[in-house]
Design a protein around this ligand. Structure first.
Ligand code: GLP
Length: 256
């Protein structure tokens, strides 16, 4: 794991934006795994401002609520088009977001996995983290080998996400999410977390044992996982000074 601690969320966002910019310049037909939530929003704004060429890029989103109409303002479909896709030259056919209204969801999930494979696999998977350590919507106790499937949200996640809806009762309780096994197959993972409310989940993910109780901790097993965080999110890390030292002394020749 590479732990990149930046003074502010803005600075951490810029680091993440440069990582994605580099990938898109080196590999214009890259396959990106994308995330929703408030964390990646400034990153999407930064990427839009960079005027990159998205014409050959393929994307797969991590997750979607089940049963929420696609046009609902809080569907991840709406989120992605509003906050990123409509502002860049991506081809609609290259955008993949789980369909929370699919008639046969298990079939849809299998197809989603096949589409990822057919696209050549995900080059870079962007991740946020829930306060309970979830990645995508893989809640605690998710199998670390899981594939794209239906999940039931925890009450904590419904509570956390209620701020986007009128009330907690309006948050759908069921979702489709890429599995942890799916995420682990991405060639690179880039996890972003900002704010003190993420510090416990980050400390457990980075310095705790690998456990499905904190699904993000599985990234310790990933060969190319970057964790890009601001100081408040880093505040419970015991070895923060070491991570800063390593990053500050990173040689130019080190590609990862
Ligand atoms: C949601 C998403 C996750 C996201 C997490 C954190 O539940 N499914 O992909 O990482 O919440 O969201 P935020 O970035 O708003 O804190």
């Amino acid at each position: 794991m590479e732990i990149i601690i930046q003074p502010t969320a803005d600075a951490a966002t810029q680091v993440a934006a440069r990582i994605i910019e580099k990938l898109l310049r080196e590999k214009p037909d890259a396959v990106l795994g994308l995330a929703t939530g408030s964390t990646p929003l400034p990153l999407y704004q930064a990427l839009i401002a960079m005027n990159l060429d998205w014409s050959k890029v393929t994307t797969f989103n991590l997750d979607e609520y089940i049963g929420l109409p696609r046009e609902h303002p809080q569907s991840y479909h709406s989120f992605m088009w509003e906050n990123l896709f409509q502002h860049v030259n991506i081809q609609e056919a290259n955008v993949h977001i789980p369909d929370g209204n699919a008639k046969d969801i298990p079939f849809f999930c299998r197809q989603y996995e096949e589409q990822i494979q057919a696209a050549g696999g995900i080059d870079l998977q962007l991740l946020g983290i829930g306060t309970d350590g979830h990645i995508g919507f893989n809640e605690p106790t998710s199998s670390l080998a899981s594939r794209t499937r239906i999940k039931t949200l925890t009450q904590q996640t419904c509570k956390d996400n209620a701020r986007f809806f009128g009330s907690e009762a309006e948050v759908p309780k069921h979702v489709i999410t890429m599995g942890i096994g799916t995420i682990m197959e991405a060639r690179q993972n880039l996890l972003l977390a900002f704010g003190a409310n993420k510090s416990k989940a980050i400390a457990e993910a980075v310095e705790g044992p690998i456990t499905s109780i904190n699904p993000a901790s599985v990234l310790q097993m990933h060969p190319v996982a970057k964790v890009c965080i601001d100081e408040p999110a880093a505040s419970q890390l015991k070895r923060a000074d070491y991570y800063r030292w390593v990053y500050d002394n990173k040689p130019d020749w080190q590609t990862f």
